[in-house]
Design a protein around this ligand. Sequence first.
Ligand code: IMP
Ligand code: MG
Length: 179
Amino acid sequence: MDKDIEKILFTNEDIKTAVQKLGKKLTEDYHDKNPVVVGILRGAAPFMIDLIQAMDCYMEIDFMAVSSYGDDTKSSGSVKIIKDLDTDVADRHVLIVEDIIDSGRTAQALRELFAAKNAASVKICSLLDKPARREVDAKADYVGIDTPNEFVVGYGLDFRQQYRNLPYIGVLKPEVYQD
Ligand code: IMP
Ligand code: MG
């Protein structure tokens, strides 16, 4: 897969450093809250796995699948629930784990959704943030790394469902999009 990558933006080392830093902060903020940590499938899976191990506190974990993108590199602007939670989050502190905040529509929709489920609190932790692309006023409460306005793949992030297993985050060569 390396041959399809034009440049590496964040090495595995950069990612690990960001995850440890987030884990430390989240441990402080959630040590007495027994949160429900909710990973958003599929993109946040690798980040979720590493992040929860960097958090030294009691917690439950669960997963949800939503879709805001088709198989393209631009947002469709709508968010659909593909798989809902199995956990009752009423009166629970919810920490949503996302791969990237792009237009902000997914983050906004998730906040509304968890508010409707009567969660005690709802916070979002995103590995990446692409502030240049924001379409709605939504942001993460915890961000690992700010990202330039480029379509990135790796460490969970995909292009047409591929490249999620790259250990780093990078930008694809233009010819890969053109196929
Ligand atoms: P938003 O609703 O526009 O903020 O989009 C959030 C979702 O779009 C993320 O969870 C990703 O699945 C996807 N996404 C946004 N930007 C990228 C990117 O650069 N690479 C891969 N997926 C992306
Ligand atoms: Mg996603």
